[in-house]
Design a binder for this molecule. Structure first.
Ligand code: AHM
Ligand code: MG
Length: 336
């Protein structure tokens, strides 16, 4: 029987029943995330009407000017997740230190790292934004987690997902058994399974990169993009299409639905900070999802999920998507 049309809650519970050792804690945690994302979807959708557009007066730890919605959606995530007893600690793009569970609430066995509103520079121009999250196990015996407890490779993730607040609100989830996509039915208030077993085609003729950074890229990326631009006149012998939405959630969603390669590679302008995108709550969860859908994800030099993290806000270069294209870019890096 097809799973299409099931609610995300039913889908998660049925998946959990297939694993008799499961305690149901992950199901509870995913339900909390689903509730938070529904509220964020509502806020993003109504932000212009209820006066939530524009910048706040603050900067986050990375020195970026925060939007009002960056702060509010961060609070929504924390308020939905800190009291239900499924988490031992949290980490957010918007907060310098890891976030403890208040002492008067029970603690659970998982850690979460999230970006509450990725691509928030797009809010005021009414383009897609999203929420990204990565779930790790809290190390055995640790009751008061510290940042070091989050320093686990992407391969240790037990679940990853993201929500896109676009023409439809969609949630994409993996627990390591493939990737499934759910669409929010606003009338009913439920995410409904609409895109089961998502897979990324191995080949593509579509690339996404911010070409305004072109002069700062390393030679392998310069070579790859140049060859794409040459189309049928060059070695690739096919014409490519280009996209850049400046919203990783929307780009990865596109890659999941029709293939493509998405790159925010190393460039000399941002080399000192290690790259643009953050490992723990952007690159790792997206890499887990992309690999589970049959794609690949690399810095150009190393599989992203094999990186030993050194900091909660660590940045890395990201090259992900259709397997054969990612492997080509990685090959160009090894041939330098
Ligand atoms: P953010 O978390 O501050 O929103 O930054 C991440 C976003 C990604 O969604 C997107 O791929 C990238 O920044 C766009 O960067 P740029 O504006 O340099 O093209
Ligand atoms: Mg982000």
């Amino acid at each position: 029987m097809s799973d299409i049309g099931k609610s995300v809650t039913q889908f998660i519970i049925e998946q959990q029943r297939a694993h008799p050792s499961s305690t149901g804690e992950m199901t509870g945690l995913l339900n909390d995330i689903v509730s938070a994302c529904k509220q964020i979807s509502h806020l993003v959708n109504r932000s212009g009407i209820i006066g939530l557009g524009g910048a706040a007066k603050s900067e986050n730890i990375q020195g970026e000017v925060q939007k009002k919605l960056d702060i509010i959606t961060n609070d929504v995530m924390i308020e939905h997740l800190n009291w239900t007893g499924h988490l031992a600690a949290m980490a957010s793009e918007e907060i310098d230190q890891i976030i403890a569970i208040p002492a008067h609430y029970p603690k659970g066995k998982y850690l979460i790292a999230f970006d509450p509103l990725d691509g928030s520079s797009n809010i005021d121009v009414n383009l897609s934004v999203g929420t990204i999250f990565s779930i790790l196990r809290c190390p055995e015996g640790v009751t008061e987690p510290i940042e070091a407890d989050f320093m686990q490779k992407g391969t240790e993730q037990v679940c990853a997902g993201f929500c896109v607040y676009g023409p439809s609100t969609m949630m994409i989830l993996t627990t390591g058994h493939g990737v499934n996509g759910f669409t929010l039915d606003r009338d009913v208030g439920e995410f409904i399974l609409t895109h089961p077993k998502m897979t990324i085609p191995e080949d593509t003729a579509e690339f996404a990169i911010n070409t305004s950074n072109r002069r700062f890229w390393e030679p392998p990326v310069q070579r790859y993009v140049e060859e794409c631009m040459q189309g049928t006149d060059g070695v690739r012998d096919k014409n490519f299409n280009m996209r850049w939405l400046a919203s990783m959630v929307a780009e990865v969603y596109r890659v999941l639905t029709r293939g493509g390669i998405f790159m925010y590679p190393m460039d000399s302008k941002i080399a000192a900070q290690g790259g643009k995108l953050r490992l723990m709550y952007e690159a790792n969860p997206m890499s887990f999802i992309v690999e589970q859908a049959g794609g690949a994800s690399s810095t150009g030099y190393q599989r992203i999920m094999d990186i030993e993290p050194t900091g909660i806000h660590q940045r890395v270069p990201v090259i992900l998507g259709s397997k054969n294209e990612v492997e080509r870019v990685v090959r160009y890096h090894s041939q330098q």
